[in-house]
Design a protein around this ligand. Structure first.
Ligand code: PMP
Length: 316
């Protein structure tokens, strides 16, 4: 890489060009902006290297197929661009930092034949530092889950399996819970536990790990990592409908997401789980195995960012 390419501002890939983030703009007629007519995916780096990029790109391609958007690029090209964006921004990472890596693809302009409009999709690949500081207390204290009245969108309305730009369902839930009011985990349209803002939920009871079925949630890559680790460690893991009874009788619970990896839950609607150690024994065993799997002490990384006044963030 030459001197000229090393910018002191992050750069993004926008429709085939690398541009400084401050100059990367999307048109007012873009359907991603007008209608949420777009898909995205989000990977993260560990020690500067993107984890399971191929699985994120595969999910992105499935989301695109669901919305019938042609990205005009192959999965391999999107993966290559994702690596390039991280490479070009790597020198801007601070100590104990890592990147969130986003691919975003919209259907493009609502008026592709209009003056100054481009035809075809809008393709963006960018990275931003993970929010370690704001989320560090979650690893010290555990997540306070709140179950709002707002339900997760039903699979026969918009499939939760696709990662689309329409997160209003989660935004409304987060607004309902209020700033600083805990981490929303929504019920599905039938009233069973579903998923959180950008995260999947797991309960542990009598040594059995349980999580909602895939047809009602986004199939998280970190959710899959946990299921693989359960298999490897001989911990029973079930995909099943989870009721208010299951929540009330859970010994432990945890959240998974690309950014958090695994984070213990302390309480649901203000009531502590039966095991009050953070993390509980099964959660801890899985978190240790997760760190080994990704080759990175993600808990230590979060805790390195802990400050005296940090309060803990919510999903969105
Ligand atoms: N559910 C939703 C709705 C999400 O947006 C995410 C974040 N991608 C997840 C679950 C967790 O998925 P992953 O483990 O792949 O980050």
């Amino acid at each position: 890489m030459t001197e000229r390419q090393l910018s002191n501002e992050r750069v993004v890939w926008l429709n085939g060009e690398i541009v400084p983030e401050s100059q990367a703009t999307v048109h007012i007629h873009d359907r991603g902006f007008l209608y949420g007519d777009a898909v995205f995916d989000t990977a993260r780096t560990f020690g500067g290297r993107i984890y399971r990029l191929q699985e994120h790109i595969d999910r992105l391609m499935r989301s695109l197929r669901y919305l019938r958007i042609d990205p005009g690029m192959s999965a391999e090209e999107i993966a290559r661009v994702s690596e390039e964006v991280v490479e070009r921004n790597r020198h801007l990472l601070g100590e104990h930092e890592d990147y969130w890596v986003f691919q975003r693809i919209t259907r493009g302009s609502a008026f592709p034949d209009g003056p100054g409009q481009r035809s075809g999709p809008t393709v963006i690949v960018l990275c931003v530092p993970l929010p370690f500081g704001v989320r560090a207390p979650l690893f010290r204290d555990g997540i306070e889950v709140v179950i709002p009245s707002t339900r997760r969108v039903a699979p026969d309305a918009v499939s939760p399996n696709a990662k689309t730009h329409n997160y209003l369902n989660f935004v409304v839930a987060a607004q309902e819970v209020g700033a600083g009011g805990g981490w929303p985990v929504l019920l599905d349209h039938r009233g069973f536990l579903c998923e959180g803002n950008g995260s999947n939920i797991f309960l542990v009871r009598d040594g059995v790990v349980m999580t909602p079925q895939e047809q009602f949630v986004l199939a998280g890559i970190s959710r899959k990592v946990v299921m693989e680790l359960c298999e490897k460690l001989g911990i029973p893991c079930r995909e099943t409908d989870l009721t208010a009874y299951d929540v009330a009788t859970a010994d432990e619970a945890f959240i998974t997401s690309t950014s958090l990896c695994m984070c213990p839950v302390r309480s649901f609607d203000g009531e502590s789980t039966a095991v009050t150690d953070i993390p509980g024994p099964v959660t801890k065993r899985l978190m240790d195995a997760y760190a080994e799997e990704v080759g990175h002490d993600f808990v230590g990384q979060y805790l390195a960012h802990l400050t005296d006044d940090a309060k803990g963030g919510t999903g969105l």
